[in-house]
Design a protein around this ligand. Structure first.
Ligand code: NAD
Ligand code: DAU
Length: 354
């Protein structure tokens, strides 16, 4: 890989991926394209400002003329599409934005890649790759047993997962119809540094620290398969390097936890680490009305990526959640700055002139 377009690189997983790629791919140029929605935060790239291999461009993946200019200037051989609206609760309130970015945005990127890599009447340029970062939510919900795998039929239940499923289908269509060398990863729930505090784990850490009620949806027995974010990034790097073109790879942590157990673990860790509160943080747990269409259980069979590419998660949940809690407690100003929007000053200082 010589030149990678990383869309959504100021978000949670995208920014962790930028760090992983800079430390793994010595001479590769990285261009982050991000429109900086509420979830996109250039402060997530703090410390990388002086790295000449990294360029940041504020822009929308739906902007065809911007994509055209970037593909011409940078001659990308790789696209990794993280850009998305990613929060299920928001998709229930406002599905339109999810269709716009997740579906139309993905097609806009496919169109740009096709124009540059597979001109009409010519075969595709050698060595190029288009990787779509997708989710296990496209498969719907599991019962008490079973695991999602690459051949599980799609059965999305929320506007978010439906929009991600649609995007996956468009990527597959680009492979079959137009010969675009595509790859798809379907990953389980990520956690770790730089996640916007609307998602379960950072939200619980923040509320527990501040003594606010901790909302647990329904009976708290929904199950998610948790993967530390750097393990997801290493999976993507492996798939880019050696994945079979046109293929999909399921990526999971082999780490099923009920939501209530995750929340209680975080409360106990904060009790242990921080100065003592007047009562145990578990007392803040409040059961609230369930999320509509709330999927009961997700769990991934990562057998294919383990067998074919030798990838396995390296950070177990006890270690990962401890690291994550410590990171959030130590990075209070980061959390508050992204919530109140003052990080934009950072953007102006470090990226405004590029
Ligand atoms: P995030 O919400 O933290 O980040 C998304 C980023 O995309 C933000 O920086 C945002 O500004 C940017 N963006 C949004 N719309 C854009 C547009 N139109 N043009 C350019 N940039 C835009 O999301 P995340 O949790 O980092 O997820 C990244 C990807 O991974 C998503 O595609 C998501 O579906 C997928 N995924 C996430 C998880 C998870 O647990 N978080 C698990 C599996 C897959
Ligand atoms: O499975 C992969 C998906 O994981 C990604 O595709 C999504 O982008 C990502 O947001 C995540 O989706 P979830 O809906 O599973 O994540 P969230 O953190 O919103 O919720 C995790 C679980 O916790 C879910 O069962 C709902 C529950 N929950 C969530 C919040 C925010 C609560 O009980 N209380 C809360 O306040």
């Amino acid at each position: 890989m010589q030149s990678i377009l990383i869309t959504g690189g100021c978000g949670f997983i995208g920014s962790n991926f930028v760090r992983a790629a800079l430390s793994t791919l010595a001479s590769t140029r990285l261009v982050v394209l991000d429109s900086l929605t509420y979830a996109g935060n250039p402060m997530n790239l703090v410390g990388l400002e002086s790295d000449e291999r990294l360029r940041f461009v504020k822009g929308d993946i739906l902007d065809a003329s911007l994509l055209e200019a970037l593909f011409s200037e940078e001659e990308f051989d790789t696209v990794v599409n993280f850009a998305a609206e990613s929060h299920v609760d928001r998709s229930i309130l406002e599905p339109g934005g999810f269709v716009r970015t997740n579906v139309l945005g993905t097609q806009s990127l496919i169109d740009a890649a096709r124009r540059h890599w597979t001109p009409v009447g010519e075969t595709c340029r050698e060595g190029v790759r288009f990787l779509q970062v997708s989710t296990d939510e496209v498969f719907g919900s599991l019962g008490e047993t079973g695991l999602f795998h690459e051949a599980t039929p799609y059965d999305p239940h929320s506007p978010y997962s439906a929009s991600k499923a649609a995007a996956d289908h468009l990527v597959r269509a680009a492979f079959h119809t137009h010969g675009l060398p595509t790859l798809i990863t379907n990953c389980s729930n990520n956690y770790g540094p730089y996640q916007f505090p609307e998602k379960l784990i950072p939200l619980v850490i923040r509320n527990a620290r501040e003594g606010h009620a901790i909302p647990v949806y329904g009976d708290g027995k929904n199950v998610r398969d948790w993967l530390y974010v750097t393990d997801h990034c290493s999976a993507i790097l492996e798939v880019l390097a050696r994945g079979a073109i046109g293929g999909t790879y399921c990526v999971g942590g082999n780490c099923e936890r009920r939501n209530l157990d995750v929340v209680e673990t975080i409360c106990d860790l904060i009790d242990e680490i921080s100065e003592s509160a007047s009562a145990p943080r578990r007392d803040l747990i409040t059961f609230v009305t369930d999320r509509p269409g709330h999927d009961r259980r997700y769990a991934i069979d990562s057998g294919k990526i383990a067998r074919e590419l030798g990838w396995r998660p390296t950070v177990d949940f006890d270690e990962g959640i401890r690291r994550t809690v410590h990171w959030y407690l130590a990075n209070d100003p980061w959390i508050e700055a992204i919530i109140d929007g003052s990080y934009r000053e950072f953007y102006d200082r470090f990226y405004g002139n590029r």
